[in-house]
Structures are given as structure tokens and as C-alpha cells.
Design a protein around this ligand. Structure first.
Ligand code: HEC
Length: 194
């Protein structure tokens, strides 16, 4: 019973802080990890929702491809504009499609750890990593290749989609992925702040 009350209090405070993003007193009640996860969910949720709508409307994936090439970056910017200035969220990958999403050394190290745990079969999709990088805390969420991702990141991409990839991302590396492999990560970076 005690645990339930605690859980309820946590849920309430989370939904309250979601409702009032800019209220510093509610933000400071969250741990850095919780805050990072909140931002990760905002970006992940926004992109996932749009992707689902477009994949449903056009099963070939071509419509969704148009959406990703035209909107993924601007949605990322828009979501980031809602955060306090000490925070940002981005996507990255060892093999990136959009060079703007290229990984740095710390990102690469973490992705290799995730890949090793997938091989060792100890990987859990909910395994969030919190890593200190100087004054900044990074919160990492792994993204695994699912069935829906294969249309644009798999081994058997339609010629139509391949054409779009070639036009927009001549340096594309984000193809040839297998189901269950690590596609990339969403990263939140939170700078130390008062
Ligand atoms: C309709 C085509 C399409 C589908 C389906 C798709 N993606 Fe992508 N993905 C793209 C395009 C285009 C980009 C590059 C534009 C961008 O997002 O910045 C991209 C970029 C990414 C990136 C950023 C790193 C990079 O390579 O630039 C990640 C991570 C990613 N996708 C993961 C996924 C995952 C996980 C799924 C399945 C849940 C998925 N994608 C499904 C087209 C797609």
C-alpha cells in the first residue's frame, strides 16, 4: 500500500511537470536521468507518431520517406526549442543516413557496448545509460531495428526508396540492417545548471 502511494505520487508529479515544462521547481524535483528520459520521449514520440501516420497512409514507405527527408530535422529542432537552454536531444548512429546525426567518440563507445550486449543476448531495450561527460550528463536510449524500419534501413529496400536515399543522402550508410540489430540511439545532453 505504501509503495502504491509512492508510485501514485511519482506519477502525479511526472504528469504535473509535463504539463508545466518551464516551471523550474517541478523540473528540479526530477533527477537528471528522469529529465533526460522525458526529453528523449518527446523527440521519440513526435517522430514515431508522424512515421506511423505516413506508413499507414502509404504502405510502400515512399510517403514516409518524403516525410523523414523533409521533416525529421525540423521536428528535432522544434522539440529542442521547448527545452530549457541547458538541455538538448538528438539522434545518432554508427552508420548514419543524415550526416548531421553523425556520432562522436563517446556515442560510438556506448553504441559498441549496446551492440556487444545484443550479441551476448543480455541486451534490454529499456537499458538507459547515464554517462558523465565533463559538466554534461548524457542519457542514452538505444533504438533497435524493428520490422517497420526495414523498408528504409533494411537489406531489401525498394528501388523507389533507394532513389530518394541516393538523391538526399549520397553518403548514406544506414542500410543493410537486420531485425533486432542496433539502429542507433536517442541522446539527451543536460548541462550542469543552477
Ligand atoms: C520511411 C523511411 C524510414 C523508416 C520506415 C525509418 N527510417 Fe530512420 N531514417 C530515415 C531517413 C530518411 C533518415 C535521415 C533523416 C533524418 O531522420 O534525419 C533516418 C534517420 C534515422 C536515424 C538517425 C541517424 C541517421 O541514420 O541519420 C535513426 C536513429 C533512425 N532513422 C532510426 C530508425 C528506426 C529505429 C526506425 C524504425 C522504427 C526507422 N528509422 C524507420 C528513413 C526512415
Amino acid at each position: 500500500m505504501k509503495i502504491n502511494t509512492l508510485l501514485l505520487a511519482t506519477l502525479l508529479s511526472t504528469s504535473m511537470s509535463l504539463a508545466s515544462d518551464t516551471n523550474p521547481s517541478t523540473v528540479s524535483e526530477m533527477t537528471v536521468k528522469q529529465e533526460g528520459i522525458k526529453y528523449i520521449k518527446m523527440l521519440g514520440g513526435a517522430l514515431k507518431e508522424e512515421l506511423q501516420i505516413h506508413m499507414k497512409a502509404d504502405k510502400t514507405g515512399l510517403g514516409a520517406m518524403g516525410f523523414c527527408t523533409a521533416q525529421a530535422e525540423s521536428i528535432t529542432k522544434e522539440v529542442n526549442s521547448k527545452f530549457p537552454e541547458y538541455a538538448l536531444v538528438r539522434r545518432t548512429a554508427l552508420k548514419a543516413r543524415n550526416q548531421a546525426n553523425a556520432a562522436d567518440d563517446l556515442d560510438k563507445k556506448i553504441m559498441k557496448e549496446y551492440e556487444a550486449s545484443i550479441v551476448a543476448k543480455t541486451f534490454l531495450p529499456a537499458d538507459i545509460k547515464v554517462v558523465q561527460d565533463g559538466e554534461t550528463t548524457r542519457i542514452y536510449k538505444p533504438l533497435v531495428t524493428k520490422g517497420v524500419c526495414l523498408k528504409c534501413h533494411g537489406m531489401d529496400i525498394s528501388t523507389e526508396i533507394q532513389e530518394v536515399i541516393k538523391t538526399h543522402y549520397p553518403k548514406d550508410q544506414a542500410h543493410g540492417f537486420e531485425l533486432g540489430s542496433l539502429r542507433g540511439m536517442i541522446v539527451a545532453e543536460i548541462k550542469k545548471h543552477p
